[in-house]
Design a protein around this ligand. Structure first.
Ligand SMILES: Cc1cc2nc3c(=O)[nH]c(=O)nc-3n(C[C@H](O)[C@H](O)[C@H](O)COP(=O)(O)OP(=O)(O)OC[C@H]3O[C@@H](n4cnc5c(N)ncnc54)[C@H](O)[C@@H]3O)c2cc1C
Ligand code: FES
Length: 256
């Protein structure tokens, strides 16, 4: 983990509520950034005191560019959306435990902005020689990142709860059309409601299922205990820190 300064190279709103942030990092640390890991970004704004966590959505080692997709939900993300190219941004990175990549066929299930880390994961799986099948569910067009869809058109099925985009319905509807046992592993990232809805469908899947979880974070590196989640193991319920033990966990262990 390092506390670094990056330079904002590009910031663009790509939907009404999501912007893409490209940041240049000159450090050797780029080699340690994996899909599923994240950065705490310092947001300078009145009333915003803490850094905010964001998953790496892409990384180009050659150019030193990292990409984030950020959905504006409150004060911190609004302030981050006002940043301009050329400005410096303070970043604590890389943080957390990322996805375990394995050979074979992977099913990726994304809900809303949960598509950000899975975009990076899909790219790496394909580079490793694996195959991906991508389910991407959004509530409406304001959540839909068209440029991710353009990259994975061949592998991706979109489900939208409002008419006009992709298939009508939720990610759960999409999952019900899949022959789940044809996959070697499954990866998820999305809102709690989505995770709860798909859990029964995945309950008999014998392979690895990993999920990237969200929680409120204050420090981002294990010092404040602010990000605990419940997992179950053979002794019962245990608590783990999303920032340090996750954000990627074994889906079968997570208490939803
Ligand atoms: C490991 C990790 C990776 C993440 N990656 C991304 C990403 O790639 N892109 C992205 O847009 N967001 C991501 N998030 C969520 C992002 O950190 C929050 O949306 C952000 O911190 C909100 O800050 P804010 O000041 O704008 O909102 P606040 O003012 O703090 O909150 C505004 C509203 O948003 C809700 N909210 C805030 N934080 C969260 C959260 N963590 N989970 C659920 N609801 C929340 C609150 O309920 C509140 O109603 C990630 C979170 C974690 C833990
Ligand atoms: S955010 Fe502080 S311990 Fe996880």
């Amino acid at each position: 983990m390092q506390d670094l300064k990056g330079v904002v190279v590009d910031k663009q709103f790509i939907t009404e509520e999501i912007f893409k942030l490209k940041v240049y990092l000159s450090e050797k640390i780029l080699a340690f950034i994996d899909p599923g890991s994240f950065a705490m970004l310092k947001v300078e704004a009145k009333g915003v005191y803490l850094r905010r966590p964001f998953s790496f959505a892409d990384l180009d080692i050659k150019t030193g560019m990292v990409t984030f997709y950020v959905k504006v939900v409150g004060r911190g993300t609004k302030a981050l959306g006002e940043i301009n190219p050329g400005q410096e941004i303070s970043m604590l990175l890389p943080l957390g435990r990322g996805f375990t990549r394995r050979p074979g066929k992977s099913l990726l299930i994304a809900g809303g902005i949960g598509v950000a880390p899975l975009n990076f994961l899909a790219k790496r799986i394909i580079e490793d020689g694996g195959k991906v099948s991508f389910l991407y569910g959004v509530r409406n067009a304001r959540q839909f990142i068209a440029e991710i869809y353009s990259k994975f058109k061949k592998e991706m099925e979109v489900y939208c709860e409002e008419p006009g985009l992709g298939n009508r319905g939720s990610v759960r509807d999409g999952l019900l059309t899949k022959e789940i046992m044809a996959y070697d592993q499954i990866y998820l990232c999305g809102p709690m409601g989505m995770l709860k809805a798909v859990k029964p469908i995945l309950k008999d899947f014998p392979g690895l299922i990993e999920v990237s979880l969200e929680s409120y974070m204050a420090c981002g590196f294990g010092a404040c205990l602010g990000c605990a989640v419940q997992l179950k193991n053979k002794d019962g319920i245990i608590y783990k820190k999303v920032c340090q033990d996750g954000p990627v966990f074994n889906f079968k262990d997570v208490v939803l």
